[in-house]
Design a protein around this ligand. Sequence first.
Ligand code: 5IU
Length: 475
Amino acid sequence: MEKDKLEECILQMHEIGVLKFGDFTLKSGMQSPVYFDMRIVTSYPKLLKVVSELLWCVAPRKAYDHICGVAYTGIPLATVISQLQDMPMLVRRKESKNYGTKQLVEGVYRAGQSCLIVEDVLVSGTSVYETVETLRNLQLNASDAVVFLDRQQGGACNLHTLGVNITPVVTLDQMLEVLKRHGRIQDTMIAEVQQFIRKNNVTKIRTKCEEAVSVPANERLIKTFELRADAAVHPLVRSLLGIVTSKRSNLCVSADVSSCTELLTLAQQVGPHICLLKTHVDTLPDFSDSVAQQLRSVAQQHNFLLFEDSKFVDIGATVARQWERRGAWADIVTVVPIAGDGLLTAIAQAALDNSKKGVILVAEMSSDGALRSAEYQEMCRAAAKRFPHLVMGFVSQSSISQSPWLLQLSPGVSVSASGDALGQRYVSPECSVGERGADVIIVGRGVTTSSDPAAAAANYQQLAYSAYLERVKRL
Ligand code: 5IU
């Protein structure tokens, strides 16, 4: 980026009153000694073009299919970039129209395409995130954003945890430094602004999941999978519920076998009857990229997702190292969220270019003597709220969440056994889904040790789906 061009731009912004010092109330209600009003720039076409060029300079060098500005000032900026780079633009409405096509996003796009987001100023990241959420709901890949000014109030970090990488042209500190060097502001004002930033450097994004508290008691259990798919925040929850309803299967088979040949054979056998195939690849000495690829093609053939029961539990830095081998190949992984946010942040970062990754939190295990602490369950719910674009739901034995957009997966299901010699405890599919609130049951040996795994899977599929239909009818 040309330094002189940026300095010129900052000085001109100061001259025309984009950057104001005094006492202002921000959109969030916060009082601030500094205000950045980029709307004025639209009255200065040359400056608008320079700002747009600077924004484009900091954008990750990727081939985006679209550009989309955050309403309102992001829109003219995105328009200029769209013109300069010959890049198609999408326009997100703040409210959907109640006439015509009722679209939230105008423009021509296809699921799976990528979109760069443009914003003028970053405080908490809420506005950027609302745009991301809308685009992701349309199956667009919205993982990168550029912003002119980062006020250094936690927005970049907030967005990062939601899988959005945002790059600023300039930070407030850098802007102050330029103004100081050119004698435009007093040291006392700089000190005041810097103190304000230091005191207010943590903000929060309110996501759809945060509103979970106001969800009526058994919302998750009474809603149909179709309705829940529509309300889902995570694109993979939508995909999975789509598979569940189209195949009429809420069965996950746990492929606990001894070799990759057995794994691939089992996947073929049970494929037509499942929505998910769960694995423990660390128990397969011959697991490789090529096996993962073959498994993926079976999954595509029979329309199910791949679920690695990785139970990541370490600090973020370690999980970041484990990710490639133990997580990257699967659609969904499990996490035991006892190490704080670092672990989920590491996964959000590792999966940044791929919003099609999901995490299931292990909230409650099926075995005898398993931890059943309210405090731990609360930690799981809180982690799901903080990482709505990563967390798809929980593995649990009871209904620990009422949010319809989160899933409950329950292992410990068998039609014939009540347990094993090592503490596993089983209930029937009807009990798991009807009484304990499972959306998807996980069955291992009930299928794998059968002489006819396909028939056994078909039986569990039928029992679990009927129990779900009964549940939504009954409640
Ligand atoms: N599994 C459990 N209980 C749990 C969790 C995971 O059984 O609480 I978290 C795994 C272990 C195994 C599968 O891979 O689910 C269940 O297999 P069986 O149906 O064979 O018991």
